[in-house]
Design a protein around this ligand. Sequence first.
Ligand code: KPL
Length: 354
Amino acid sequence: MAAPTKPIQILFVGAGAVGCFYASRLHSPAQNIHVSLVCRSNYTAIASSGVHLQTHSFGNYTFTPSAVYSSIADAASKAPEGGWDYIVVTTKALPDVTDDSEDIAPLVEAGGDGKSAIVLIQNGVGVEEPHRKRFPKNPIVSAVTIISAEQISQGTVRQNRWTRISCGAYSDGLGGKTSAALALCKRGDEAVNALVNLWKTVGDIKDAEAYSEVDLQIVRWHKICINASMNPSAVLAGGIGNSEMSLDPDLREHLKACMEEVFDAAPKILGKPFPEKLAKPELILKSTERNTGGRPSMLVDWESGRPMELEVILGNPVRIAKRHAVEMPRLQSLYALLKSAQRQREAKKKLAKL
Ligand SMILES: CC(C)(CO)C(=O)C(=O)O
C-alpha cells in the first residue's frame, strides 16, 4: 500500500487482548499509520516496553504504539491536530456499569463536528445505539471478531486462534431509512472499506471483511450463538474452557441447544435467514474442539472478580426476541442465573468492606 500523504491517526480505547491484537495489525509508522492506545491497569507495562504478542497466526513480535495514554482525559489533552480518524472502542460492553459513549466524548470532540469514525469492536447486540444518540454526525463502524485471545500478564497478549473481524456501518440499524441516515450510512461504508483494507494490506488479516449495515447485524446475531452459549456456560460449568465443554457430551448437547435457540430466533427478529456461509452449531462446536487453552472472556472476567457482559450477550438478545414475540428459554435461564450470581458476589464484596 502506498503511504498516505496525510497521517492516519488511530486511537484504541481499551488495551486488553482484542484491542492490542487488532491495534498491532494496523500500526505502521513507515506507511504513515499511527496507532495509539488508552490503557488502564496495564499502562506502566505498555508505556515502558510496548505490547508483547505471542500469536498463533503471525508468530511473536512486539508492538510499540505511537503514544500510550493512562486515561481518556490524558489522551484528549494530547490529541493530534484535527483529532483521530478512527476511535476504536475495545473495552467490555457493560451498559449496566458505564456509558462508553459518555466516556469517549472528549476524544470525539477533539476531532470536531462529526469527523472521527467511531469503531466498536465489542461483543453482543445493541452496543451501537448509545453512540448513535450521542454522536448523531459521526460515522459508526460496528465490528465483530471471533478471535480467541487473552492477556496472560500485563502487556503480554496471547492469540490462541482465529483472526476474523467483520465490519459494517451503523446509521439507524436499518441501513439508512431517512436521507440523513443514508448519508451517515455512506460515510460509515467508506470508513468500513478503508479500515478493512488497512487490516488486510497492512495487518495481513486475510479474513477482515466488509458488510452492509443489515448484514453486519446478522453477523452480530451469529456471534451471539457462540457468546451466549459458551461464555455463560463456562462460568456455570465450574470454570472450564470452550474446547473442554464442546468435548463433554452433556455440555455439548446444552451448547448446541443454546445455539439452535439463537439460530431459530434471529431470522424472525431480523426478517432474513442466516446466510449459508455462516457456520451452523455443529460446525462451530467441531472447530471449537481444536481451540484448546481458549477460555471465554466472561469466564476470565468472572474469575478476576470483574463484571461480566451479561446485558449485551444475554439480556439484550432475550429482550429484543421478546419484543418480536420470540422466547429464548435457555438463554433467559443463563441470564437469570448469572445475573443473580453476579449480584450476590457484589453484595458479599460490599459486606466484606464494612
Ligand atoms: C472466545 C470467544 C469467541 C467465545 O467464547 C469470545 O468471543 C469470547 O470469549 O468473548
